[in-house]
Design a protein around this ligand. Structure first.
Ligand SMILES: [Fe+2]
Ligand SMILES: [Fe+2]
Length: 358
């Protein structure tokens, strides 16, 4: 078994309403951006592809998909102990990140309405999808007698400012990694139905197609902005964002290894496949991708996760603050060192292989 953290007992805001987990670098964040700059984006370099993707979003293929059918109508009290805690934690993280997408897309569609109606439409369609996803996850939490107060979250979470370029890189990646995360769980459940302990996972197949379309929109937007891929600074940023997304993913998967094991998923294999597939997919959008076949690649990612688990253990201990401070220095430097070494691995040029990738 892979070492992971014990999920803490959920804290309540009021009866039945779960207090949001403490914000850390790994919890899903809420974003804001320079709306004026997004409204003024010149998309003419890739307008045909963008319009085609937006028509796909408009078609709303999943409008009848998010229905809580008969299967949900039963008691879930038999899910207990660590599995229940870890599942609630999984639902909360997923719900928060879907909701974070909803808030950003909704605000973008509102602010762009008059100046850029085409992009405003796209953001409106994506906000519609994310609201469905977040709502569905929150209802699943309610099946376990808890839910998230989303309006409380809206008002009380801190919003991180990202310039539009960073939003395009990171949202593209989070949509595509979201696609791979959902589809791999779905495929696993299809092959091993004995692990299907809750019907949510059955919904993932069409659900992940929403994320795929969102990713395709951001890919088309990114390719409409040559400065986001045709120069050396863009190449450095792309490496940075790919790496941070993969490090964060590894840390969160290994923190919740117990949950994945409880549904029959091998955390290491799952993490490696999600990262490899997301990296390969990114070759369609980015000027380069990372070399996941480099022998130390996954080992270094896991070293970051090991150090992250050490940090969590130190934080949880009852030792005096000053002792904790000094104890945290080596694992922090460990993470920085491995990230730096990963960053320096020679990437793979994607522009030259563009025609051959899916
Ligand atoms: Fe979503
Ligand atoms: Fe999405």
């Amino acid at each position: 078994m892979i070492k992971s953290l014990q999920t803490p007992e959920p804290q309540l805001l009021k009866p039945g309403i779960k207090a949001p987990v403490q914000e850390t670098l790994l919890t899903p964040r809420f974003y804001t951006t320079d709306f004026e700059a997004v409204a003024n984006l010149d998309i003419s370099a890739n307008e045909t592809e963008l319009r085609a993707v937006i028509e796909e979003l408009r078609a709303d293929y999943n409008r009848h998909h998010f229905v809580r059918d008969e299967e949900f109508k039963q008691s879930w009290e038999h899910i207990t102990g660590e599995k229940r805690r870890a599942f609630i934690d999984f639902l909360e993280r997923s719900c928060t990140s879907e909701f974070s997408g909803f808030l950003l897309f909704k605000e973008l569609s509102r602010r762009l309405k008059d100046k850029n109606p085409l992009l405003a439409d796209a953001f409106n369609f994506m906000a519609r999808d994310e609201a469905r996803h977040a709502g569905f996850l929150n209802k699943s939490m309610a099946d376990l007698n808890l839910s998230l107060d989303l309006s409380y979250l809206t008002k009380n979470r801190t919003y991180t400012f990202f310039p539009p370029e960073w939003v395009i890189y990171t949202v593209y990646l989070s949509e595509k990694i979201g696609y791979w995360r959902y589809i791999l769980v779905h495929r696993h459940m299809q092959a091993n139905p004995e692990y299907q302990f809750y019907p949510l996972f059955r919904k993932f197949e069409s659900w992940c197609q929403d994320e795929n379309r969102h990713g395709d929109f951001f890919k088309a937007l990114l390719r409409s902005q040559p400065q986001l891929w045709n120069n050396w600074t863009a190449r450095l940023w792309v490496r940075f964002f790919l790496l941070t997304v993969f490090v964060t993913h590894t840390m969160t998967v290994f923190e919740r290894a117990t949950f994945y094991e409880s549904i029959g998923i091998h955390p290491r294999k799952y993490n490696n496949t999600v990262i490899k597939e997301t990296n390969n997919t990114s070759a369609r959008a980015f000027p380069l991708i990372l070399n996941t076949n480099e022998p130390t690649f996954f080992w270094r990612l896991e070293q970051c996760s090991e150090n992250n688990l050490k940090l969590a253990e130190i934080s949880k201990s009852n030792r005096p603050k000053i002792v904790k401070f000094f104890q945290k220095i080596p694992p922090i430097f460990g993470i920085i060192w491995h990230i730096l070494r990963l960053y320096l691995i020679k990437p793979i040029d994607a522009e030259s292989i563009r025609e051959t990738v899916r």
